[in-house]
Design a protein around this ligand. Structure first.
Ligand SMILES: NC(=O)c1ccc[n+]([C@@H]2O[C@H](COP(=O)([O-])OP(=O)(O)OC[C@H]3O[C@@H](n4cnc5c(N)ncnc54)[C@H](OP(=O)(O)O)[C@@H]3O)[C@@H](O)[C@H]2O)c1
Length: 277
């Protein structure tokens, strides 16, 4: 089963709800459609003082849910500190690219993995300290070790599966793992691992977690909904100061959506995938 979330940015064109006057912009999960009618209950207002020179579409990316996810994963789950070493995978995606940049703002050393050379170049431009293409390296284990010989204090997990099994032994003592996503597993028709699989293949994380005293925590961005508005302002401040950048992989027109969607599934996008209509 494909797990997918597709947020939309919309302009209110008719309103009987004073909280959402005509002309304001809102984010919602109404799906990909040209118009829709709602009572406002599930709408998130875009920051009212959004600067004119910042594209509004970033409300779906770095100054929206993916940016918030990056921020909360680093601050609330990893509790990342200056000088620490962070690993992030799917690093050129909407979430990962913001994760690495925020960690740099916080004075950390950032290692990122991505699946094409173009993504690797982009992440180097963003200031990541070490980046490699996990699809072309001879050994993921060796590449991770070369990138951080002393190991990783924090691991921002977007991919799951076998990738994680390789990272676990390279965590440092008291390391923290923010389990944000497991994109390599969403479409599995049979479980890669676990008590239901036969034969059991692991990974078995317990030994590493005990002897390295690791903390591993899954999270959903919505847990910190009460902080969203102030967090969006922080992300916007970094953006206007030039400390945060966001590439948008833009497809135009509803007709091109199926191809765009398939491309996204294959990992074509650098940064946030956006369809403009
Ligand atoms: N916990 C939360 O609240 C929350 C919120 C938002 C997103 N998420 C999760 O965070 C992760 C990243 O989201 P995103 O919006 O940044 O994603 P995205 O922009 O769509 O990027 C996804 C990237 O994942 C990489 N990838 C690695 N293994 C893959 C595989 N087996 N199949 C397909 N892609 C694979 C691909 O890049 P490469 O070329 O580098 O492989 C792909 O471009 C996802 O797992 C998502 O479900 C969680």
């Amino acid at each position: 089963t494909l797990t997918s979330l597709s947020l939309s940015l919309s302009r209110v064109i008719q309103s009987y709800n004073p909280s959402f006057p005509v002309g304001c912009h809102v984010v919602s999960d109404c799906g990909w459609r040209s118009h829709w009618v709602c009572d406002g209950a599930e709408l998130t207002p875009v920051l009212p003082d959004w600067p004119l020179d910042i594209p509004l579409s970033l409300a779906l990316g770095a100054i929206g849910m993916p940016g918030l996810t990056a921020l909360y994963g680093l601050e609330e789950v990893c509790e990342i500190k200056k000088g620490e070493t962070l690993l992030v995978n799917a690093a050129a995606g909407a979430v990962g690219s913001v994760v690495g940049q925020i960690a740099k703002i916080k004075g950390c050393r950032v290692v990122g993995c991505a699946g094409t050379d173009a993504k690797v170049s982009y992440l180097k431009e963003l200031g990541f300290d070490q980046v490699f293409n996990y699809k072309t390296v001879t050994s993921l284990e060796e590449s991770l070790r070369e990138a951080a010989p002393h190991g990783y204090d924090c691991y921002f997990e977007n991919v799951g599966g076998k990738f994680s099994s390789v990272v676990m032994p390279q965590m440092r003592e008291y390391g923290r793992i923010a389990v944000c996503g497991s994109i390599s597993m969403y479409n599995d028709t049979t479980p890669q691992t676990g008590i239901l699989s036969t034969p059991q293949t692991g990974p078995y994380v317990h030994t590493y977690m005990i002897f390295k005293q690791l903390r591993m925590e899954g999270f959903l961005c919505a847990r910190w909904k009460h902080k969203h508005q102030q967090s969006l302002r922080r992300l916007m401040a970094w953006m206007t100061e030039g400390k945060l950048r966001c590439n948008e992989h833009i497809t135009s027109g509803f007709n091109n959506m199926p191809a765009a969607f398939m491309g996204m599934l294959q990992g074509d996008n650098i940064g946030k995938a956006v369809v403009k209509v």
